[in-house]
Each structure stands twice: as C-alpha cells, then as structure tokens.
Design a protein around this ligand. Structure first.
Ligand code: NAP
Ligand code: GDD
Length: 329
C-alpha cells in the first residue's frame, strides 16, 4: 500500500518540490488548496506533476475544513507548509498572518489529535524566529529566539505548539527550522527572485533597473529542492525532533545582486540598481547563518546546490521565462 501524505501550501514554492520528491518515493500525495478567485497551478506545472496530486479543499483559518480533511484522508504524514510567508507584509497584515501561521497550526494539530493521532506532523518553522538571536554569528537549535516581525512571532507560537503536542499527547511532531531557500519557483516578491527576474528583464531590454531596499542584510541561502529532502527525513526517524536546516554560509543581498548581474556579463551592476527606502523594514534581521551540525550528523543531510549554482539556476530560468513572454507577445 502506498503511503499517504497531506501537504498544505501545495501551490507555493516548497509544496511542489516536496510533492515531487514524495511521488518519486511512491507516495499518494494530497494537496490542500484554499478558495481562490483564479487558481494558480504554475509551480506544479513547472515540475510536471499537476495531474498527480489529489487536491482537497481547506483553509488554515477554517477549523471545520481541516477537521474534515484530516478525518477523510487520515494521512500518514502531514507537512504543514501553508503560511502567509512574506515577512515584509506581516507588519501591515499582522492579524491575518497570526491567524494563518499561528492559530492555523493549532487548528491543524487539533484535527490530527482528534481524528488521526498516528499521523506524523512536520511544521515549517523558520530562521526568522531567531531574528536578533545568535551564538557567535550562527544560529542552531539552542539559540534564543528574538523575532523581529509579526511573521517571526507567529512562527514562534507555532513552533512551541508543535513541541507541546509532542510533549502533551505523544504525537509525532517535528519542526524544521529552515533558513532561506530559493528556486525558480520562488515568489516574485522575495528578494532573490525579484533580482533574478529584474536581471533577466534588463538583459532582454524589458526593464531598465531594479529597486531594492537593504543590500547589507545577510542570509544563508540554499536551494529549495535540497531542503524538502530534509523535511522528508525528519518524518522518517524513530523519534520526532527539531532541526535547523541551512548551508552554514551566508551572503549579503549585494553579493546576490553582483553574482546575478555577472551571469549576464555585467560587472558594473550599480548603474542598474535603485535604492528605495520603501523596501526597508520597520525592524530588520541583519544576518542569518545556520550551524548545521545536528541535521548533518543525525539525518545525514547536506545541501547539494552551491550559492553560485543557485543564482545561475534562477537567472537562467527567468531569462527563459521572459524569452517565452517576448515570443508570445
Ligand atoms: P509560499 O511560496 O509563500 O507558499 C505558501 C503557501 O501557503 C501558498 O501556496 C499559499 O496558498 C498557502 N496558504 C497561505 N495561506 C493559506 C491558508 N489560509 N490556508 C491554506 N493555505 C494557505 O512559501 P514557501 O516558500 O513555499 O514556504 C513554505 C513554508 O515554509 C511556509 O510556511 C514558510 O513560512 C516556511 N519557510 C519558508 C522558508 C523559505 O525560505 N522559503 C524558510 C523557512 C520557512 P496560495 O497559493 O493559495 O496563496
Ligand atoms: N523582499 C525584499 N525586497 N527584500 C529585500 C529587498 C526587496 O526589495 N531589498 C532588500 N531586501 C532584504 C530584506 O530586507 C531582507 O533582509 C532580505 O532582503 C531577504 O528578504 P526576503 O527575500 O523577503 O526574505 P526574508 O529573509 O525576509 O524571509 C524569507 O526567509 C525566511 C527564512 O529566514 C521568507 O521565505 C520567510 O517566509 C522565511 O521564513
């Protein structure tokens, strides 16, 4: 019998990569989708798996829909990737961010507790929870949380609720504390995709510049396709646990910009970049870098794609996309 997995956030960046991995492993994959005026399946189509997903309707802010899905599907594994995941938007939309990212997780955990307590549960926790917290410039499983955004705060609640369901009810729940991971499927508002999309358009004469905020911020950027393997591994262990997942390296936004322009043969990138303070955040997280000893040793997980390969992959994909746009216009 095929194992069953339910993925929330199936239409985002990570959902399709995880679904592809699980399908390759023989899983029957259910994907939770919420009501949308115009459904958007591009990321599943990009990976060629659109027709292999069993879609179920539900919303993290609607308890009854989650109870119904968990009761009907009774998945062996639940990967909760759904979130209002854009940090910058979380100041202006703090309440809905909290309802989805914090209370939504409580509702999903309760649905599991009542209707499928043997399901294993993965929570998409984040390095944003660390915020200003660090230990000699690194963050790991023992680093104090000091979130700097309503997004980070909502995720701290979900993190501890996930731990609490493990400790209170013996449910197999794990937090993956993932550092930034990117890909050609990354949402266009996030800085990496904004840069690679802009670089592609500049190369093809479709744009003149890119407007950005804080170029000094540093992130530990990896490839989303590698990170979903760590999610899967977390649910295959004898005992549930929480893991930091990253590369252990960090780079500034400026490094990313310079490398992306280098892909199209431009070294003097400054002529194409406008610094716009509108993109600065009320409270910034200046640097995030993972100490990955636990995930490397306990799960045997290591990233495969380097920073340079990631930038190149994203620029190449965006050039291809924009060439198609030009061809069809
Ligand atoms: P993403 O591209 O923003 O995808 C999030 C998905 O959640 C979207 O498909 C969205 O649905 C869905 N969603 C939002 N609100 C929902 C609701 N109320 N009910 C049901 N679904 C809802 O995010 P991602 O980059 O794939 O990240 C996946 C998860 O990992 C998120 O929880 C994020 O916070 C976390 N995380 C991401 C990173 C990273 O660097 N990517 C790092 C650490 C943690 P629609 O498509 O309908 O909008
Ligand atoms: N989005 C954006 N747009 N960010 C910019 C810009 C810009 O024009 N200019 C500079 N930045 C800086 C931000 O201030 C931030 O320091 C950094 O680029 C990265 O921003 P994002 O790509 O929006 O990602 P994030 O780090 O805030 O959040 C992502 O990673 C988290 C894990 O650390 C998201 O995927 C979160 O959902 C995830 O939890």
């Amino acid at each position: 019998m095929a194992k069953t997995a339910l993925i929330t956030g199936i239409l985002g960046q990570d959902g399709p990569y995880l679904a592809k991995l699980l399908l390759e492993k023989g899983y029957k994959v259910y994907g939770l989708i919420r009501r949308y005026s115009s459904p958007h399946y591009e990321n599943l189509q990009f990976l060629g798996i659109m027709d292999k997903i069993n879609f179920v309707d539900g919303d993290l802010t609607d308890d009854a829909s989650l109870l119904n899905v968990i009761k009907t599907v009774r998945p062996e594994e639940v990967y909760n990737l759904a979130a209002q995941s854009f940090v910058a938007a979380s100041w202006e939309q703090a309440k809905i961010t909290t309802e989805i990212n914090a209370l939504g997780v409580l509702s999903l955990l309760n649905a599991i507790k009542y209707f499928s307590p043997t399901s294993k549960f993965y929570q998409a926790s984040t390095s944003e929870m660390f915020g200003l917290g660090n230990d000699n410039g690194y963050q790991d499983e023992n680093t104090m949380f000091h979130p700097r955004s309503p997004y980070g705060i909502s995720k701290v609640y979900a993190y501890w609720m996930t731990v609490n369901f493990r400790e209170s009810y013996g449910i197999y729940t794990s937090n993956g504390i993932l550092f930034n991971h990117e890909s050609p499927l990354r949402g266009i508002q996030f800085v990496t995709r904004k840069i690679t999309d802009g670089v592609a358009k500049i190369k093809l004469g479709m744009a003149k510049n890119i407007s950005l905020g804080n170029l000094a911020a540093k992130r530990d950027w990896g490839f989303a396709g590698d990170y979903v393997e760590a999610m899967y591994l977390m649910l295959q262990q004898k005992d549930p646990d929480d893991y930091v997942v990253g590369t252990g390296e960090f780079h500034s936004v400026q490094d990313f910009v310079a490398l992306a322009f280098k892909q199209i043969g431009v070294s003097d990138w400054k002529q194409y970049v406008i610094i716009d303070p509108r993109y600065n955040r009320p409270a910034e997280v200046p640097h995030l870098r993972a100490r990955t000893t636990k995930v490397n040793t306990k799960l045997g997980w290591k990233p495969k794609v380097t920073f340079e390969e990631l930038v190149s992959m994203m620029v190449t994909a965006d050039i291809k996309r924009q060439e198609m746009v030009l061809k069809n216009s």
